[in-house]
Design a protein around this ligand. Sequence first.
Ligand code: PGA
Length: 252
Amino acid sequence: MRKPVIAGNWKMYKTIAEAVDFIEKIKPVAAKADHCEVVVAPPFTALAAAAKAAKGSKVAVSAQDVHWDKEGAHTGDISPVMLIDAGCTHVIIGHSERRHDHGETDEQVNRKLKAALAAGLTPIVCVGETLAERESGGTGEVLKTQFEGSLAGLTPSDFSRIIIAYEPVWAIGTGRTATPEIAAEAHRLLRQLAARRFGEQEASGVRILYGGSVKPDNVGGLMAQEEIDGALVGGASLKVDSFSALVNYPRG
Ligand code: PGA
């Protein structure tokens, strides 16, 4: 059984005080949510305070990015060791906003992923096609390239420790969600790629989250899909009410 994960990606939102206030309010919600794991990803500046507030609770704290080196002359970057030091357990890697705004490549995603695993973090690795790629029929090829490039060199045991997020770029922040069927089809494809590369058992165990305009009113339909093991949520994760509704998504 794959335990669902509901993860909030706060992007460049929330001060330290706002982050702590949110965590305090979501803790009792997470405490009652035995059906899923709850993760929030504050900006770097609020990580340590958020992790302190979340300590001993069911709320896991994730970073939104990481560098592959332990330390070094990398202005503006944060290492896996620093994330552990701040109290993080998870890290989002290869989000499309990093890939597009910062030119992050599959090779860099791969280096970050290996460094995060070596440090003991749980990586949430993002893949997803653009609208042009989908419309030209290239979705399968793009997902294959991203999957293979981002996960190159991983052992099946490394793979068993990661979470994948399928986030079609055309659905992120646009209000345009993939239908549950479109998302499930992409998830199935990713699981096939995983089976070929890491074996059936690992493929059936990996959690694949959907991300892209997930809201309280569409989460039920998405989560009803057998292939969808949770959600990586931007906009709707910023308010306690909507994030609580996502954590408590309708279950049949
Ligand atoms: P969104 O963002 O829910 O605001 O579309 C999702 C994401 O980028 O992880």
